[in-house]
Design a binder for this molecule. Structure first.
Ligand code: HEC
Length: 128
């Protein structure tokens, strides 16, 4: 078999695998429980997420910069898994402290936050 044939086959296998993974991810996202952003806000404040990540989910500082969470890109499963075993300086939140439903609610709240404005939408500060 020529090298170019082998490469074509590999590309075909990769494309099929990619489509399969995309399908699994999409069906998982549909299965996820719909979070309640109102309860999510309550938990975000009560559980102290805001102390490190900011009241508007804008990010902040702990021992080093903490990431912004508004308009969170992580899917809810990855988000919940992250909370269960947080790395470095973030405390972990076990299911006893924060259930999967609670995590989904916080995720829904973070998704509902507007996040930063585009630079062009911030009015300039003018001198008098
Ligand atoms: C004591 C400070 C602190 C608290 C409280 C805290 N976090 Fe964090 N969080 C961090 C730090 C620091 C990181 C960055 C971790 C690293 O070094 O990778 C982080 C990272 C994250 C990330 C990953 C974001 C990304 O883009 O990689 C998520 C999601 C997150 N936190 C959610 C939460 C939620 C939800 C709560 C409340 C239940 C919470 N955090 C409470 C400090 C905190």
């Amino acid at each position: 078999m020529t090298i170019s044939r082998t490469l074509k086959r590999l590309a075909a296998v990769a494309a099929i695998a990619g489509a399969f993974v995309a399908g699994v991810v999409a069906s998982r996202a549909e299965d996820a429980p719909a979070g309640d952003p109102v309860n999510g806000k309550r938990l975000y404040l009560a559980d102290g997420c805001f102390e490190c990540h900011g009241r508007a989910g804008q990010g902040g500082r702990f021992n080093y910069l903490t990431p912004a969470l508004a308009q969170i890109a992580l899917p809810v499963e990855s988000f919940t898994a992250f909370l269960r075993e947080a790395p470095n300086d973030m405390p972990s939140f076990s299911a006893d402290v924060l259930s999967d439903k609670d995590a989904a609610d916080i995720h829904a709240y973070l998704s509902s936050l507007p996040g930063p404005k585009a630079a062009k939408d911030i009015p300039p500060i003018l001198n008098q």
